[in-house]
Ligand binder design. Structure first.
Ligand SMILES: NC(=O)c1ccc[n+]([C@@H]2O[C@H](COP(=O)([O-])OP(=O)(O)OC[C@H]3O[C@@H](n4cnc5c(N)ncnc54)[C@H](O)[C@@H]3O)[C@@H](O)[C@H]2O)c1
Length: 331
């Protein structure tokens, strides 16, 4: 099987490639990645001899067409993925998330190639902190930011290409991921690398915002379950019942580092910050028989801390510039 992985040099995509090479030796992997600030060739270094990395954009129709023509399956991770960046400059989000997805859809339509679209639970907007509800595949779309609205738009394009043109596609909307190879601009790796540097963690506002954390390995095992057993045209929500508020995450990290639970700083909250996300993954569990492996958040987080401690050479080059960007925003 020939698989084209877009965004395979990013956080979730590179973990998907590692997992695929490890568990499915019959699969031939090609990665298409623009190597933006979020993509890193080094994230694929351990599997470099088993994977072909093509540097280019998913908005390049000729390149996409030639790569898709040579594939049996496209797994589409490539995206501009950071909410904060989308508030400063939405334009690359529109280009990559909307035009890039459109470009891929036209190629899979032409060549009759199976497509799996990776998306986020942020398309559903947010829930009140005291609301017992969770997102289901029937929850109406209500995105808040340029990031989540362009992801919502890309999901709708996929649905329309299935309905209008018979494209063989599935969609997954996953909750917040953590694990190795995540860019240090993101909440958990930013706090971990600050703690390694002896800098106090930074908490947006009061830290009440709730995220439904899932280990990246569990996200990717669910993606393979959908590719192999999912029904064409369906949307599956991926989550592992990992609801934690940001304060709890920071306190757990401080505990792992052997520090006092209140040894952190508050920083200015971001505008429009979604309150709570929570996933009901019943359809994925019941229909496809998927179960997560990382059910204990603290031990998953401990393993992630160990990874960042052992792989400083991977994250150190981006640290200064990332912190300078946050400092300019008072965060
Ligand atoms: N991180 C999360 O918690 C999370 C949760 C749910 C869904 N998702 C979705 O999963 C996917 C991957 O997210 P991530 O956290 O790994 O993101 P990431 O920012 O770490 O990686 C994105 C990758 O896409 C590449 N890319 C960006 N623009 C491109 C373009 N025009 N052409 C080709 N490649 C391009 C980047 O170079 C990078 O390697 C995204 O679609 C995101 O919306 C992420």
């Amino acid at each position: 099987m020939r698989v084209l992985v877009t965004g395979g040099a990013g956080f979730i995509g590179s973990n998907f490639v590692h997992q695929t090479v490890r568990e499915r030796p019959e699969v031939r992997v090609t990665v298409l990645d623009a190597l933006t600030y979020a993509g890193d060739r080094e994230s694929l270094a351990p599997v470099a001899d088993k994977v072909t990395l093509v540097e280019g954009s998913i908005t390049d129709a000729a390149l996409v067409d030639s790569l898709v023509a040579d594939s049996d399956l496209v797994v589409h991770f490539a995206a501009e993925s950071h909410n904060d960046n989308s508030l400063n400059d939405p334009s690359p989000f529109v280009q990559t998330n909307l035009i890039g997805t459109f470009t891929l859809l036209e190629a899979v339509r032409k060549h009759g190639v199976r497509f799996h679209h990776i998306s986020t639970d942020e398309v559903y907007g947010d829930l009140e902190l005291d609301d017992p509800a969770k997102f289901t595949p029937d929850t109406p779309y209500n995105p808040s930011s340029p990031y989540s609205s362009t992801k919502a738009g890309s999901d709708l394009l996929v649905r329309a290409w299935v309905r209008s043109f018979g494209v063989q596609a599935t969609i997954s909307n996953c909750s917040n991921n953590y694990g190795p190879y995540q860019h240090i601009e993101k909440f958990i790796p930013r706090q971990i690398t600050n703690l390694i540097d002896g800098v106090r963690p930074k908490l947006y506002g009061a830290g009440e915002n709730v995220r439904d954390w899932i280990h990246v390995e569990d996200h990717n095992s669910a993606v393979w379950a959908i590719i192999e057993r999912g029904r064409i045209g369906e949307t599956y929500l991926i989550g592992a019942d990992g609801e934690k508020n940001n304060l709890e995450v920071v306190e757990t990290l401080l505990e792992i580092f052997g520090l006092a639970k209140d040894d952190f700083e508050h920083v200015k909250d971001r505008p429009g910050h979604d309150l709570r996300y929570a996933i009901d993954a019943t359809k994925l569990r019941d229909e496809l028989g998927w179960t997560p492996k990382y059910t204990d958040f603290e031990s998953g987080l401990r393993a992630t801390v160990d990874w960042y401690k052992a792989n400083e050479a991977w994250w150190r080059p981006a640290k200064q510039a990332t912190e300078a960007k946050y400092a300019a925003q008072g965060q």
